[in-house]
Design a protein around this ligand. Structure first.
Ligand code: NAP
Length: 256
């Protein structure tokens, strides 16, 4: 699906996993890419090299999305570098497995701040920094990478679920507020995906710790890949997705 020539995407958490796949897919489809990361500078630079090998421009920006000042500085620099950002993908996130899945009452203040910081304040910070700028584009897109956790509300997933539900509320509200400016705002909600986060999660769940052993019991015989999520993002931001806004698409093989 080509057609993103002349457009520029800022992808948070573009260094690994789903974010990396989104950077590569959007570049493959013609977009230039601003790649955000928190800690993995080498991985982010490798993604940038892969984007450049596809003939597109890539720049790398370190910023903790939970830090409003850092996000503002990143967005200002990206706009200065590229002239325009017209696709924002809020992908950066920390899984409940990253904090060993405490219950609501067990979780420490630090754990609450870490998960809500990355998963909810992150999208709030990027949207506040970029949405006013993005209105200038004839067509612009905000994509929120959520999770089936926003529907399931499972035990020991609360800090994560609360962040994702809040980010979805942000998306659904922005979709209505910004439609008059040509902005499409949609949510892509994966189930289990084969990434570092997914691999950590399955060690804490019943069943095998080996992703390949989970293929057989997954919908269609395989665990979802980052490329499957990236393909849906690419569709939504493409011309083929021009009449789709205010939607949440589950990419989970229909398995809840
Ligand atoms: P991952 O493999 O753990 O990668 C996480 C990415 O987010 C990395 O690029 C990381 O940057 C970045 N990141 C984390 N905290 C950040 C922060 N505070 N500021 C900036 N960047 C930050 O995770 P993933 O599986 O690709 O997940 C991507 C998104 O999909 C997340 O929003 C996650 O909640 C969602 N999701 C994942 C699954 C799954 O099963 N994997 C299922 C449903 C939803 P560094 O590399 O610099 O650390």
């Amino acid at each position: 699906m080509a057609g993103l020539e002349g457009r520029t995407a800022l992808v948070t958490g573009g260094s690994r996993g789903i974010g990396r796949a989104i950077c590569l897919r959007l570049a493959n489809d013609g977009a230039d890419v601003a790649i955000n990361y928190a800690n993995s500078a080498d991985a982010a630079n490798e993604v940038a090299e892969e984007v450049r090998a596809l003939g597109r421009r890539a720049e790398v920006y370190q910023a903790d999305v939970a830090d409003r000042d850092a996000v503002n500085a990143m967005c200002e620099q990206a706009i200065a570098d590229f002239g325009q950002i017209d696709i924002l993908v809020n992908n950066a996130g920390i899984g409940s497995s990253g904090i060993n899945r405490p219950t609501i009452t067990e979780a420490t203040q630090e754990q609450w701040e870490l998960l809500i910081g990355a998963n909810l304040w992150g999208p709030i910070n990027t949207c506040r920094a970029l949405v006013p700028h993005m209105r200038a584009a004839e067509r612009s897109d905000v994509i929120m990478i959520s999770s089936v956790a926003s529907l399931n509300m499972g035990p020991r997933m609360g800090l994560y679920s609360i962040g994702k539900v809040g980010a979805e509320a942000l998306a659904f509200t922005l979709a209505k507020e910004e439609r008059e400016h040509g902005m499409r705002v949609n949510i892509v909600a994966p189930g289990l995906v084969d990434t570092d986060m997914g691999r950590k999660l399955i060690t804490l769940l019943p069943g095998s710790d080996d992703m390949r052993e989970r293929d057989a019991s997954s919908p269609f015989g395989f665990v979802c890949t980052p490329a499957d999520i990236a393909a849906e993002v690419a569709h939504l931001v493409s011309d083929d997705g021009r009449y789709i806004t205010n939607q949440r698409i589950y990419v989970n093989g229909g398995g809840f």
